[in-house]
Write a protein that binds this ligand. Structure first.
Ligand SMILES: [Zn+2]
Length: 266
């Protein structure tokens, strides 16, 4: 999903106003009921783990490619297929200004080749035996591939699916926009040793810095996170389920009025 970044000139980047990652802040996020995330993930699927970045931090790091059909996400009636998941260090998205040691990205695409990324912060905690087949044998360079015969994709997703959602971009060149982001609020835990095994491959990190919101709307269904109370009509719209990705993407720089967008979510 990344190509040469030589084509991304400074002037081209200046025109891109919906970039990722961002800082999720309590004073600039709207609370509301969000369309359900319906994951359908294989509990026994092979993975091909490659290192497509180290030590070049411009590129996505260690990536697990998933067989077609092994994972899908249904969101607002729209079907997304899991293509791969990968990790960054430190986290790319911040939570009220605070980074986590790592961040996982599950990259989904649809029949139009639009992209949706489900992100999850990784924090230090107990040893993670589910992820150990990856992190105990991380490919050290771009010429190594690690094949894992049996992996349960459900171990990547928490039971509590509360999230932050917004429209952004790839965080690697060419920083293409129109990417739907779902950042899960519940972190994934790995031991410090597992985190270090990854971050030692990227001594300077492989995370892009946070980008300006530029008027984008960020939504969450995490109770108690939002401190600012939205205007009444805005709040009613959120609760009415208008918080589809297309709404977020299409409403940039437009006033919040009452006409209801319909159609696909991405
Ligand atoms: Zn990523």
């Amino acid at each position: 999903m990344s190509t040469s970044h030589a084509e991304v000139t400074p002037s081209a980047l200046a025109l891109m106003e919906s970039q990722s990652p961002i800082d999720f802040r309590s004073d600039s996020t709207y609370f509301g009921r969000l369309p359900a995330l319906n994951f359908n993930l294989s509990s026994d699927t092979p993975l091909n783990v490659i290192n497509n970045g180290s030590p070049d931090p411009e590129k996505t790091a260690v990536r697990a490619n998933v067989d077609p059909g092994a994972g899908s996400l249904m969101l607002s009636g729209h079907d997304w297929e899991l293509a791969q998941f990968h990790f960054h260090t430190p986290s790319e998205h911040l939570l009220n200004g605070v980074a986590s040691p790592m961040e996982m990205h599950l990259v989904f695409s649809d029949s139009n080749n639009d992209l949706l990324v489900v992100g999850r912060w990784v924090q230090a905690g107990a040893f993670n035996s589910d992820l150990d087949p990856i992190f105990s044998h991380i490919p050290q360079n771009t010429s190594e591939t690690l094949h894992i015969d049996h992996f349960n994709l459900n171990t990547l997703i928490p039971a509590n699916l509360e999230s932050f959602r917004y429209s952004g971009s790839l965080t690697t060149p060419d920083f293409d926009e129109g990417v739907s982001w779902v950042m899960l609020s519940q972190p994934l835990f790995m031991s410090s040793e597992q985190i270090n095994a990854f971050s030692s491959l990227f001594p300077e990190g492989d995370a892009r810095g946070v980008q300006d919101l530029n008027g984008r709307i960020v939504l969450t269904d995490v109770p108690g996170f939002v401190t600012a109370v939205p205007e009444p009509e805005t709040y009613a719209m959120m609760l009415a389920g208008l918080c589809l990705m297309a709404f977020v993407a299409g409403r940039k720089n437009k006033p919040l009025t009452s006409d209801v967008p319909t159609g696909s979510v991405a």
